[in-house]
Design a protein around this ligand. Structure first.
Ligand code: ADP
Ligand code: MG
Ligand code: ZN
Length: 476
């Protein structure tokens, strides 16, 4: 049977505010358990939540960056459930009146553009964390995360393959980090994804029954979990079974999904408007002031890089994946005026060094100015590309400027024709046999002469000039 895969994602992103959404507790990750908690986020009776305005502004930024319509009025609702990670017995979320709706992001899969709809973006509070003792029948609860602000970004079921889903996630992640409203750390849970997936016979209009997958903490695992789940559903349908709607957990070690619980329906939560919080009224002036704060977004930057710097789309993709890296690249280009050379050095050596050390471009020992200077020195013939490889490594290790390294190592290229002619003449004189063989038609010996010149000059001779001069001199 020929099946089509249908995927919709719900992404939770933790917002980088200093304080929680409804109280003044710190949002810092990793404090002693329950050290960032107060009567409000602990849900004591009689306390009142007060909305953190920064949360609304950050959520508005993401809404605008994903082309959503921001509702002029929205409000909070209580999502009721009983579990010790939320002592109140309900999560403050948005339901009937979310902050923003009807957005989209554009994927670019090897040049093929595809638009994925965003159903809604809403604000809510995070829940705490339970830790289960492996050896004793005890669980512990840490409420530091309770009340940390989240936005939930719900997509339309527009994705048709696990690769598309992974790419969509990367695009969302990139935008959130560009906006500096989320640190994007998937391992620490600042960026989490629930993946809904179903299959249907190709050509069928109605969607199939979906499973909701949880517990994937990397882009790769989201893709792997979806690939596994698609196969599992196909196997069931092909063998005459039916898919049940349920929530399944990804098991990374086994590479499988396992049932966790039957999927709850919205009515199970008994949503109702939160009477403690007033509606949020958003006017055009507020929206416009937020819009003005938006940085250039990744997709726009990518297209500008291709157009303005005339570099391949692949390069532009790598260079703009991180806003700081893009800024570094642009500074190098501004100072050396060679966009493609700059792209090669940044994507090649600089990124390789940084990746090896798991370091960020912000702490790169090679400044943009130093790299630009090195590129200029290659282009004016002072150093060869081969020397530059050695120099750039030294620049990374020591943070020194290229000129200082060149002086210290005596690495300047020999471009002086008179000096090179003398060297070549001596080599010709010392190797009469090879010279007559070469002149007799043994072309391959040319490499031998180049090698001799390089040896005599300790590799410092400018190879182009050596080639030209050797051709002339050997012609006899
Ligand atoms: P809930 O909040 O209960 O999980 P929603 O209706 O809000 O349910 O949908 C959640 C996500 O599931 C959305 O991203 C949506 O695109 C996706 N989705 C809905 N139906 C399907 C389906 N049949 N197959 C795949 N994804 C689906
Ligand atoms: Mg869901
Ligand atoms: Zn608190």
């Amino acid at each position: 049977m020929d099946f089509e895969t249908v995927i919709g994602l719900e992404v939770h992103a933790q917002l980088l505010t200093d304080t929680k959404i409804f109280c003044t507790c710190s949002t810092k990750f990793g404090g002693a358990p329950n050290s960032h908690a107060c009567p409000v986020c602990l849900g004591m009776p009689g306390v009142l939540p007060v909305l953190n305005k920064k949360v609304v502004e950050f959520a508005m930024k993401m809404s605008l960056a994903t082309n959503c319509v921001i509702n002029k009025s929205c409000s909070f609702a209580r999502k009721n459930y009983f579990y010790p990670d939320l002592p109140k017995g309900y999560q403050i979320s948005q339901y009937a009146y979310p902050l923003a709706e009807h957005g989209h992001v554009v994927l670019d899969l090897n040049g093929a553009k595809k638009t994925i709809g965003i159903t809604r973006i809403h604000m809510e509070e995070d829940a705490g964390k339970l830790m289960h003792d492996e050896h004793n029948p005890v669980s512990y609860v840490d409420l530091n995360r309770t009340g940390v602000p989240l936005i939930e970004i719900v997509s339309e079921p527009d994705m048709r393959s696990p690769e598309e889903a992974a790419d969509y996630l990367k695009r969302l992640h990139e935008i959130l980090v560009y906006l500096e409203i989320c640190d994007g750390n998937m391992e620490e849970g600042s960026f989490r994804c629930d993946a809904n997936v179903s299959i249907r016979p190709r050509g069928q209009q109605e969607f199939g029954t979906r499973a909701e997958l949880k517990n994937m903490n990397s882009f790769r695992n989201v893709q792997r979990a979806l690939e596994y789940e698609v196969k599992r559903q196909q196997y069931i349908v092909e063998n005459g079974g039916t898919i049940v709607q349920e929530t399944r957990l990804w098991d990374d070690a086994q590479g499988v999904t396992n049932p966790m619980r039957g999927k709850e329906e919205a009515h199970d939560y008994r949503y109702f408007p939160d009477p403690d919080l007033v509606p949020i009224i958003v006017d055009d002036a507020w929206i416009e002031s937020i819009r003005r704060e938006l940085p250039e977004l990744p997709l726009v930057k990518r297209e500008r890089f291709v157009q303005v710097y005339q570099i391949p789309a692949y390069d532009a993709g790598v260079l703009t994946a991180d806003k700081a890296l893009a800024g570094y690249y642009e500074e190098v280009v501004r100072l050396c005026a060679s966009p493609k050379a700059a792209s090669n050095w940044v994507m090649g050596d600089v990124l390789r060094f940084l990746n090896e050390d798991k370091r960020d471009i912000r702490d790169c020992p090679i400044t943009a100015a130093a790299l630009a200077e090195m590129i200029r020195l290659i282009e004016d013939g002072t150093i060869s590309g081969k020397m530059a490889k050695e120099i750039v490594e030294e620049m990374y290790k020591t943070g020194s400027a290229p000129k200082a390294i060149i002086a210290e190592k005596g690495m300047v290229q020999i471009t002086d024709e008179g000096e090179l002619l003398k060297t070549i003449a001596a080599i010709i004189e010392a190797n009469p046999g090879q010279v007559s063989d070469y002149r007799g038609g043994k072309d391959k010996l040319f490499g031998f002469f180049v090698g001799q010149v390089m040896k005599a000059t300790q590799g410092k001779a400018n190879p182009q000039i050596v080639n030209e001069l050797l051709k002339k001199m050997l012609a006899g």
